[in-house]
Write a protein that binds this ligand. Structure first.
Ligand SMILES: *Cc1c(COP(=O)(O)O)cnc(C)c1O
Length: 225
């Protein structure tokens, strides 16, 4: 299968209103260009240096989404161009993004990442922590970010019922936050969930953005290009 075939197949399976983030981490510029030439413009990366390198050398109409754990001291490197940050998991990183966006003269859309998996290692807020954050946040704290929705990763498992339960939890979190903090605010609208192995379940649970890598590009190279 070629990258083009894979993309066509995935796009045919996505309902209207579900955006595809092509996760290109570890993939070469040539592979990304192959996807780009089919019309794919949204790409996701999880390492700051790799993202900056690709942004510098690839077409400027690509929308780069940052999907990995982000360290405060690296935000400045991506603030001038990043189109969305999916992985806001603390007040500290949100404030840093706001400051760096201001410095770059931009407003950066961000998603709050939630810990929905039963695995220990994943980053993200609990619902209570997010409520706490949104309650204490002043709008003057975040004039250069838009809180555009939520993101989460399900447990890596064959247990489909567990995956479905976790995605529906994230949908519920989104809906509750919308009702309490973002009623009538159209900026808060994205639910970023679903990867290669589980995106069809994520869509059933209301995903608006799927982040798909290996089903498009094949298994990941161990060493980044
Ligand atoms: C790598 C990655 C993906 C894509 O994973 P695939 O299984 O290759 O589709 C999606 N989201 C995040 C946060 C990732 O790090």
């Amino acid at each position: 299968m070629t990258i083009e075939n894979n993309l066509n197949k995935i796009n045919a399976s996505l309902p209207d209103g579900v955006k595809l983030v092509a996760v290109s981490k570890t993939k070469s510029n040539e592979e990304i260009m192959e996807a780009y030439r089919t019309g794919q413009l949204i790409f996701g990366e999880n390492k700051v240096q790799e993202l900056v390198r690709k942004w510098e050398s690839l077409p400027k109409d690509i929308e780069w989404h940052f999907i990995g754990h982000l360290q405060s001291n690296k935000v400045r490197m991506i603030a001038p161009f990043v189109a969305m940050i999916h992985s806001v998991d603390s007040l500290k990183i949100l404030k840093t993004i706001n400051n760096e966006a201001k410095h770059a003269g931009r407003v950066i859309p961000c998603l709050l990442q939630f810990h929905i998996a039963s695995e220990e290692s994943k980053f993200g807020f609990s619902y209570e922590e997010a409520v706490q954050l949104l309650t204490t946040l002043k709008s003057s704290d975040i004039e250069n970010v838009i809180i555009a929705g939520v993101m989460g990763m399900a447990t890596f498992t064959d247990d489909v019922e567990l995956i479905r339960k976790e995605f529906s939890t994230l949908h519920e979190i989104f809906q509750n936050l919308k009702d309490v903090f973002f009623r009538g605010n159209d900026n808060f609208r994205e639910i970023s969930m679903g990867m290669s192995s589980d995106y069809l379940y994520a869509i059933e649970s209301g995903s608006t953005m799927v982040r798909i890598g290996s089903t498009i590009f094949g298994e990941r190279n161990l060493i980044a290009h």
